[in-house]
Design a protein. Structure first.
Length: 357
């Protein structure tokens, strides 16, 4: 069986989820990845990470025809209920007569520009952006068509309560993300980490409160960012000498850095979809036995039990760090709760059932 994966890249929201699902499927199945991009910003990264990838620039006049001519999988697996990915795939389902599986890792309408908490206002303000396939109006309509997929996978149990489908948790390779494999003191010395290190790896998204890092940078700490950090954020922090920014790193380097850091801090804004976002960086940190500090939410408490620390103010975050309060057994909890092998078997079983329908 061959799977065609379709993902669109107006931003990097889908990147971590795509990388995880691709790593699960690539072990046993032949894959074709079609990446729909809007400029050349992410092309180099995509070509260097994924095999059998075809990058197609979005053009409303011929996008469906261009993709239709290259799809060669038995099933189409599309990520995110966006118009620029799932909306296109619904048309391909009709044209090519292929089953479509939709992966849902977020409530997409909350990621749109423009967006307000008021549905009517959001619809009204989206009209000037009708040339954007992922604007609020189109995304709202696309999410209503989720039922036209032949199967659904979701990234966490909270999205499952909304959309149904099969739960395929995010996770990571526990053998790679293993603190015991690495020489921590040597890594810290080579990186010149001579103070407590607060780390954040990944794309800084709209639901994250980056002001926590500015607060921490005023303390006697080192703050480390890994990944695609926008220039406006770099400028915001440029006056601080105790910040280190690394460009995108491969998983081995990320594992080494997470294993050598003191805390991962993930502070979220109070937005409608914040509780539904469970970043893969949390799983990676737990596998490395790195203590995670985040805001207190019912969803996180239910999923991670007592294996991450919660703080509801910047000062509480610093008090945890300053007093060296840590979770000692998060790796054991991770091993018991998020086994890659179990997730992998569950995904293969689900895809096989969709292929037979």
């Amino acid at each position: 069986m061959k799977i065609t994966i379709i993902a669109s890249f107006p931003d990097l929201e889908v990147f971590s989820r795509l990388k995880w699902l691709y790593s699960l499927l690539n072990k046993k199945l032949e894959l074709q990845l079609i990446a729909i991009t809007f400029n050349n910003k992410f092309d180099f990264l995509l070509k260097n990470i994924f095999e059998n990838i075809c990058i197609i620039k979005y053009n409303i006049n011929n996008i469906i025809t261009n993709i239709k001519n290259i799809v060669n999988g038995d099933i189409i697996y599309v990520l995110k209920a966006r118009t620029s990915s799932f909306g296109i795939s619904i048309n391909l389902k009709r044209i090519l007569n292929k089953n479509i599986i939709l992966d849902i890792s977020d409530i997409e309408k909350f990621n749109c520009f423009p967006y307000s908490n008021n549905h009517i206002k959001s619809l009204f303000f989206s009209f000037p952006f009708l040339n954007n396939p992922d604007s609020y109006l189109y995304t709202y309509l696309t999410e209503k068509r989720v039922k036209f997929s032949d199967g659904i996978t979701v990234s966490n149990s909270f999205l499952q309560k909304i959309y149904g489908g099969t739960l395929i948790n995010d996770s990571c390779d526990i053998n790679l993300f293993n603190k015991d494999k690495y020489k921590i003191n040597e890594i810290r010395q080579s990186l010149k980490w001579d103070k407590k290190v607060i780390i954040f790896n990944g794309h800084i998204k709209n639901y994250l409160d980056i002001n926590i890092f500015e607060y921490l940078l005023k303390k006697d700490l080192i703050v480390v960012f890994i990944g695609f950090i926008e220039e406006k954020i770099k400028r915001l922090f440029s006056r601080y000498k105790n910040i280190i920014i690394y460009d995108y790193q491969n998983d081995l380097n990320i594992a080494k850095m997470l294993s050598s850091a003191d805390y991962l801090v993930l502070f979220r804004k109070n937005l409608p979809n914040s509780d539904f976002k469970i970043p893969i960086k949390i799983y990676e940190a737990m596998a490395c036995n790195l203590t995670v500090i985040t805001n207190e939410t019912n969803n996180y408490k239910e999923l991670f039990k007592g294996n991450i620390l919660y703080a509801n103010s910047y000062n509480e975050v610093f008090n945890i760090i300053d007093n060296n309060i840590k979770i000692e057994n998060s790796r054991n909890f991770f091993k018991d709760s998020f086994s890659k092998e179990e997730i992998e078997n569950k995904l293969f079983s689900f895809i096989s059932s969709c292929y037979g329908t």
